[in-house]
Ligand binder design. Structure first.
Ligand code: ADP
Ligand code: ASP
Ligand code: MG
Length: 306
């Protein structure tokens, strides 16, 4: 089986979501697939800004809800003429926005708690996973959205929660054992929950870490990390035109570079993969034909690449 992770830049428009759904559908021909998805590009930033504005007493809640509704209604154009799927998604959208409004109003009327901030920030992933699942269903794939709060068990360090690996492994493995082989879960990245069920977040860029945890705990053949650049580079390719792409990296070396902040992934993203010896393939949603970059555990036979 494979875990496929799509970052926000990969699901930032209806056309991109359609492309991602095609990539996933193709992958199901040869592998059992678990998908991890982030909020659409820009959505988490907007929620962070909204929370900051709320602290200043300057948040216009109806305006925020209207922007979120508009953005996701536009993304939902990916469902085209699938009227029932579209209706189902729009209902989920309204429920999720009502929940967001409830938390924001609570935070406006009382001393705002860090737990409420995480509940607000989780909205982006909770709006995207059901949309990608519906898009897969429109292609005949038996997909469903899975909220990661029932899988990723964390402490209560809101904003940058620590994962309880043992509890998470048990939940993830039990959950996976009950899935049909042809069923594709679309799991919300970035979020988890305390043992009491309070939503937490894993830190910005945390979907990389969510995907790595699932890949490691399920013993995936590979974690495919789909993003907006065609691999990992010697430096951030958006800032440095001289940057060169790595064809392969030794996973354990990449781990150290990533902890030093050099690879543009969540700092903990490679931790579970190093521990479990799971390869990573970094690929571009915009250029899926490109070879990308392979991160291979030091003891991997080279034949795995390709
Ligand atoms: P996603 O939405 O897929 O999570 P991110 O923006 O979080 O995308 O991560 C991809 C970005 O990481 C790239 O667009 C690039 O600007 C940045 N990045 C930083 N350092 C590197 C690096 N060494 N190699 C590749 N990308 C990098
Ligand atoms: N949506 C979250 C963020 O923007 C998580 C992620 O993209 O990985 O930080
Ligand atoms: Mg990211």
């Amino acid at each position: 089986m494979k875990v496929l992770k799509f970052g926000g830049t990969s699901v930032g428009s209806a056309a991109l979501i359609a492309r991602v759904a095609d990539l996933i559908t193709r992958a199901t021909a040869t592998h059992q697939i678990v998908v991890v998805v982030s909020a659409a590009a820009g959505v988490t930033n907007e929620l962070v800004n909204a929370w900051d504005a709320l602290q200043q007493g300057a948040l216009d809640v109806p305006a925020l809800l209207a922007r979120m509704r508009q953005r996701h209604r536009t993304l939902a154009h990916v469902l085209g003429h699938h009227a029932a799927l579209r209706r189902g998604y729009l209902a989920t959208l309204e429920e999720t926005l009502s929940q967001l409004a409830r938390v924001l109003r609570m935070a406006q009327s009382q001393n705002a708690k860090p737990a409420w901030r995480d509940e607000v920030l989780a909205t982006g992933e909770r709006l995207m996973a059901p949309l990608l699942a519906a898009t897969l269903k429109a292609r005949g794939v038996a997909a469903f959205a899975q909220d990661a709060t029932t899988l990723i068990c964390t402490d209560a360090r809101h904003g940058e929660a620590n994962v309880n690996l043992e509890a998470t492994r048990e939940r993830v493995q039990q959950w996976f054992a009950r899935l049909g082989k042809q069923t594709v879960p679309v799991v919300t990245g970035f979020i988890g929950a305390t043992p009491e069920g309070q939503t937490t977040t894993l830190g910005r860029g945390g979907s990389d870490y969510s995907a790595a945890l699932l890949a490691a705990m399920l013993g995936a053949e590979v974690l495919e990390r789909w993003t907006d650049v065609d691999g990992l580079y010697t430096a951030d390719p958006r800032k440095n035109p001289e940057a060169r792409r790595y064809q392969t990296l030794v996973l354990e070396e990449a781990w150290a570079w990533n902890h030093a902040g050099k690879l543009g992934m969540h700092r903990k993203a490679l931790d579970p993969l190093v521990a479990a010896g799971i390869p990573v393939h970094v690929r571009s949603t915009l250029a899926p034909e490109q070879p990308g970059t392979w991160l291979l555990p030091a003891d991997t036979p080279q034949t795995l690449v390709g």
